[in-house]
Design a protein around this ligand. Structure first.
Ligand SMILES: [Zn+2]
Length: 299
């Protein structure tokens, strides 16, 4: 009982700290841009792989190493790239760089959310060793620390930002940084307007925060916002309906595991990366879908 209370206490503290400032100390981030999502067609089982433009996934040769259809994909969930002793969501820059080097050295392709969506919904081919990199909240260190590393490895990634904090909170990304990263190819997507837990609010309020955030980002970046990550992993049936009504196409929870269509396109799982992960553990998380259920965090 005491142990449970203690655990709840720590979870509360983390949520509180994160909801205010995260753990940004150093700063840096960059990601690449996704292509516009094609109109959704009802997925029909396709036996043969379609050829894919090599420009869609840089370096991907569509004649080899194609992931079989219907498989799950590791979508990594990061938050802050910074050091904060004992805080599992703050990944020191050195560790992050080691993880990116691991992906490069081991032949992984960092695909975009559009690539993922097209694979899950339309069976568009992706490489067997595909991985998606995502960041929640929009800390300024995603620009100052993470972006240079992404550029170094020519990797792609997505940042789910809290739109009301842009240009407002000193630890969060500015619109100038978002525009620069978007131009480079970092995909900026929505994490609500105020870091709202959709599970705890009415459908009207769910719609409000989803639309407000979408419009804000679309105006800032002059592109369509299609994807979403639930703050605290909180969602329910109404939230999924609200996302559809607001025009989103795909959403991620904080449930730990690889993304699979069988979990629902609006409730995809992700692989939580902890500051305590060794390179060996990281390697397991991106290579073995069933062996990464070690821990999960909901922010
Ligand atoms: Zn969050």
């Amino acid at each position: 009982m005491i142990a449970i209370k203690k655990k709840l206490y720590f979870i509360f503290i983390f949520i509180f700290v994160l909801s205010i400032v995260g753990c940004s100390r150093t700063t840096s981030t960059t990601i690449k841009k996704t292509n516009p999502v094609k109109p959704t067609v009802v997925a029909t089982p396709v036996i043969k792989a379609k050829p894919i433009e090599s420009s869609t996934i840089p370096g991907f040769d569509n004649t080899t190493d194609i992931k079989p259809y219907g498989k799950s994909i590791p979508v990594l969930q990061y938050h802050s790239i910074s050091y904060d002793k004992g805080n599992p969501i703050c990944i020191p820059i050195k560790k992050f760089e080691e993880q990116m080097k691991y992906l490069k050295d081991n032949g992984y392709y960092t695909i975009t959310l559009t690539n993922l969506y097209e694979y899950l919904m339309n069976n568009t081919p992706i490489p067997k060793k595909s991985v998606v990199i995502t960041f929640d909240d929009g800390y300024d260190n995603n620009y100052t620390a993470m972006f240079p590393v992404l550029k170094k490895y020519k990797f792609k990634a997505t940042i789910f930002v809290i739109s009301s904090l842009i240009d407002v909170h000193s630890n969060m990304l500015t619109s100038k940084q978002l525009i620069e990263m978007d131009k480079y190819g970092v995909d900026i997507e929505s994490h609500t307007a105020h870091h709202d837990n959709l599970k705890l609010i009415s459908k009207d309020n769910q719609l409000k925060t989803l639309i407000q955030s979408k419009k804000h980002l679309e105006k800032t970046l002059n592109k369509k916002i299609n994807f979403f990550a639930y703050p605290y992993g909180g969602f329910n049936k109404n939230a999924i309906e609200a996302l559809k009504e607001a025009g989103y196409k795909m959403a991620f929870t904080t449930k730990n595991g690889w993304s699979s269509k069988k979990n629902g396109i609006f409730s995809l799982h992700r692989v939580w990366i902890s500051a305590s992960d060794s390179t060996k553990v990281f390697g397991r998380k991106v290579s073995k879908p069933k062996k990464n259920i070690v821990d999960s965090f909901s922010f």
